[in-house]
Design a protein around this ligand. Structure first.
Ligand code: RFL
Ligand code: PHB
Length: 391
């Protein structure tokens, strides 16, 4: 294995989906991942898929289980001041919806498809390095089981997440980054208990934000806002359930079913964008290029949008000889990325306790939520962004 058309760094959802779309277009790709497949599958992350994401996954040939097992949601709720308001996506947007289907399942479906097609993926690759992407002959090198490997390619796709090597391989002078780190995190728990409600609940509470989500009718995913340096060991299951119950509206608190956790973890909240997304023959995709706080459920969906744009551009390039899509990739993807950054930042700002926000900040939140509870126009803008802006 010394040459391919596209070297993909990272076997998260971005890398695997890109590999799958390229395969269907007849383009060769090799994926190089620094962790094991089991490790990649153990990361519990996104849960909410936009319609556009579902469509791309179906086009990639991995939509069957998603269609059978994904939960279609026509609304979600905002809770505040003991009240709950349903955002009716269906009626506000003429029947549009989101699908609840875990990132783990998306990843598993993509891994299975890749394996069934016999496509090359290198797991447990150490010292992955990118070379010469500013010229015509880029190359990727790595070590595995003590042996050095080198792969020549036409294009490198950096799908290696926020902590990957692709973005940091770009010289500082060629890249601009924009970042906001929030002064809190999310403590998440996964448990085999029925969800408190059949739709998601996003709660603004004086003790901090809380989110009730799910993976199935019998598996729940809950989050509470926590300190940025919170230690997961400090949170027994009991402490988590007690804190969550305090932050829910009375009806939800009453309905909450608790049980032993399967997973518990703390995630920091960050907004981040790197510009541009292309450096010669290197293209950044997904979390390698941008991070959103999870409040708007946009991270995975944005990654799928990038993959869609890049796969289309590479197909035009390799099969039609056109440069236009490749040249437009960065600007096209960034226009959509910044709108999702805005939405995620805004959702975060209206729902969390900000230590530095003060009285004025809290009154602004109350005004925002009061407005949302009473204005169909405000609800429509929220709904339109939540289900996902068009590609
Ligand atoms: P990933 O998933 O981070 O995958 C990158 C892969 O690259 C590998 N890698 C390397 N490989 C080779 N060489 C190196 N040097 C490498 N360095 C890293 C990594 O091991 C990994 O396998 O990025 P990708 O594929 O771009 O996918 C992005 C999504 O994972 C992410 O945006 C979402 O999980 C964000 N997110 C959510 N997104 C949504 O759309 N809806 C949600 O409801 C949602 N909820 C969430 C979330 C993220 C969360 N956390 C923990 C960050 C909830 C949470 C709590
Ligand atoms: C999740 O189910 O993990 C989830 C759902 C909605 C969000 C973030 C995470 O906004």
């Amino acid at each position: 294995m010394t040459r391919t058309q596209v070297a993909i760094i990272g076997a998260g959802p971005s890398g695997l989906l890109l590999g799958q779309l390229l395969h269907r277009a007849g383009i060769d790709a090799v994926i190089i991942e620094r962790k094991s497949a089991a490790y990649v599958l153990s990361r519990i992350r996104a849960g909410v898929l936009e319609q556009g994401t579902v469509d791309v996954l179906a086009r990639a040939g991995v939509g069957d289980r998603l269609k059978a097992e994904g939960l279609v949601h026509h609304g979600f709720a905002l809770a505040f001041d003991g009240r709950r308001r349903r955002i009716d996506l269906g009626s506000l947007l003429g029947g549009r919806h989101v699908t609840v289907y875990g990132q783990t399942e998306v990843t598993r479906d993509l891994m299975d498809a890749r394996q069934a097609a016999g496509l090359p993926t290198v797991y447990d690759a150490d010292e992955v390095a990118l070379h010469d992407f500013d010229g015509p002959n880029p190359r990727v090198s790595w070590r595995k089981d003590g042996v050095s490997h080198s792969l020549s390619c036409d294009v490198i796709a950096g799908c290696d997440g926020f902590h990957g090597v692709s973005r940091t391989s770009v010289p500082d002078a060629s890249i601009r980054t924009f970042e906001k780190v929030y002064p809190f995190g999310w403590l998440g728990i996964l448990a085999d208990v029925p969800p408190v409600s059949h739709e998601l609940i996003y709660a603004n509470h004086e003790r901090g934000f809380a989110l009730c989500s799910m993976r199935s009718a019998s598996r729940s995913r809950y989050y509470v806002q926590c300190a940025i340096d919170e230690k997961v060991e400090a949170w027994s299951d009991q402490r988590f359930w007690d804190e969550l119950r305090l932050r829910l509206d009375p009806e939800a608190a009453e309905a909450l079913v608790t049980g032993p956790s399967i997973e518990k973890s703390v995630a920091p909240l960050r907004s981040f964008v790197a510009e541009p997304l292309r450096f010669g023959r290197l293209f950044l995709v997904g979390d390698a290029a941008h991070i959103v706080p999870p409040t708007g459920a946009k991270g995975l969906n944005l990654a799928v949008g990038d993959v869609h744009y890049l796969a289309t551009a590479l197909e035009e390039h390799f099969t039609g000889g056109s440069q236009a899509g490749i040249d437009a990739y960065s600007a096209t993807a960034l226009a959509r990325i910044w709108k999702a950054e805005r939405f995620s930042w805004w959702m975060t700002s209206i729902l969390h306790r900000f230590p530095e926000g003060g009285e004025f900040g809290q009154r602004m939140q109350i005004a925002e939520l009061d407005y949302l509870f009473s204005s169909v126009a405000a609800q429509t803008a929220l709904a339109e962004n939540y289900v996902g802006l068009p590609y």
